[in-house]
Design a protein around this ligand. Structure first.
Ligand code: HEM
Length: 414
């Protein structure tokens, strides 16, 4: 693999699934690599690429040095390679805030994500998973992404946010258009329109629930108050709530559906693993963690350096962009034996699919339950999976989007 020719801004590379061989080569060469600017680079800048497990941990555990908001004399920042303007998610969306603001938002959101609240969803998840599979009909063929994988997370997040189920597909289309990274093929006008539509939908729903609280998690978050570090009690501001709505809609749906679809693809490659799971229920806890490691649905996140520092011997300056690549850290042979192998009983499994530290995924336990419920239902009803056409991946270096998995299968009861 020619590392010097590698351009991670070339979204076409990711359209053919995550380029593991390139990242294997990078890890062999340098755990922290300077990606030079290319014609395709957002903002025309280079950035650091962190590819091994140890340095991904080091960056994630030190938000004072590696900010999710901004650093140096940058105007904007955020967690995408491309700088976002302050006020557009940066400084308002929980994952793009720092320090006291982040702690306050996290405190408010955590009220809605208690283990009890997530536990209460369990029976509902099973019922939903079954009815999604029932609706596939008798054909024994479907596009697994459209018919199955994306449905459970979408239905669940719609309920959590109090979005009427009939609106979920339209919101989903807006979220997907918003998440599309910028390149020559991206229609920026369409992206802005979609982001605006999602934001406006969120704002009007928030207004409605402000006037008429209901049992939804969104309503809980709107009406929650949190003590600030100066001793006052504050609720989320209007812009923070609207950003929360947009973030949760995408964070709660596309990541989990990729985990479900990616797991099925892994099982199509390894039918013996599907048999193992059917034969030994005690494997499920470790299997779910292994699917998350193996699939790693989120590709990267960015930080910005706030003070001069060293990382893996490299000197980093304030304002430098630093990217951490979870699928690569999760295949680091220093931490995972035979990392390219799906090992359903892998233990320990310190994967970083949900990141770690102060920004660790709020929805991790919900995602684990959704993944487990859907895969268990699929494996108990369907078998002999076969691909009937090409798998399509998203043109994105940010989300490991699996867009289409056409399959044929046999019903076990047949
Ligand atoms: C398999 C599914 C999922 C994966 C792989 C995943 C991954 C991640 C990762 C890597 C982060 C860290 C972001 C950073 O460090 O900048 C994160 C944060 C977050 N996730 Fe997830 N996520 C998943 C599902 C969910 C779900 C279902 C929800 C909510 C319903 C959710 C809500 C969030 C939120 C709100 C944050 C921001 C946390 C913070 O900034 O403190 N995620 N997720």
């Amino acid at each position: 693999m020619q590392i010097d020719a590698l351009d991670l801004n070339d979204l076409g590379i990711f359209e053919r699934r995550f380029p593991h061989p390139a990242f294997d080569a990078l890890r062999g060469r340098a755990p922290v690599w300077w990606h030079p600017p290319s014609e395709l680079s957002p903002d025309g800048e280079g950035y650091w690429v962190v590819v091994d497990h140890a340095h991904t941990l080091e960056v994630s555990r030190d938000p004072g040095t590696y900010s999710s908001e901004s650093g140096g004399d940058r105007e904007g920042g955020g967690t995408l390679i491309e700088d976002l303007r302050r006020g557009v998610a940066v400084g308002t969306a929980i994952n793009m805030t720092d320090g006291a603001t982040h702690r306050r938002l996290r405190g408010l959101i955590s009220r809605a994500f208690t283990p009890q609240a997530i536990g209460e969803l369990e029976s509902d998840l099973r019922a939903r998973a079954r009815s999604i599979l029932d609706s596939v009909g008798e054909a024994g063929e479907c596009d697994f992404v459209l018919a199955v994988a994306r449905e459970l997370p979408l239905q669940v997040i719609a309920d959590m946010l109090g979005v009427p189920q009939q609106d979920r597909h339209e919101l989903f289309d807006w979220a997907m258009a918003t998440l599309r990274p910028a390149d020559a093929q991206t229609d920026m006008q369409a992206r802005m329109r979609a982001a605006g539509a999602l934001h406006a939908y969120g704002q009007s729903l928030i207004e409605e629930k402000r006037r008429k609280p209901d049992g939804s998690m969104l309503s809980t978050v709107i009406h929650a108050r949190q003590d600030t570090e100066s001793g006052e009690s504050e609720a989320m501001s209007g812009p923070e709530l609207a950003s929360f709505f947009s973030l949760l809609w995408s964070a709660g749906s596309d990541t989990t559906w990729n985990a479900i679809a990616g797991s099925l693809l892994a099982l199509i490659d390894r039918p013996d693993a599907a048999e193992e799971l059917r034969g030994d229920a005690s494997l499920w806890s470790s299997a779910v963690e292994e699917f998350l490691r193996y699939v790693s649905p989120v590709t990267y996140n960015r930080r910005t350096v706030t003070r001069a520092t060293r990382l893996a011997g490299e000197r980093l300056e304030p304002g430098d962009k630093v990217t951490i690549w979870y699928p690569s850290a999760n295949r680091d042979v220093e931490v995972f034996r035979q990392p390219d192998r799906l090992d359903l009983s892998r233990k320990p499994n310190p994967h970083l699919a949900f990141n770690i530290g102060e920004y660790v995924c709020v929805g991790a336990n919900l995602a684990r339950r959704e993944l487990r419920a859907m895969l268990q239902e699929v494996l108990s009803r369907w078998t002999d999976f076969e691909l009937t056409g090409p798998v399509r991946y998203a043109r994105s270096n940010k989300h490991g989007g699996i867009e289409s998995v056409p399959i044929r299968f046999r019903r076990i009861a047949d």
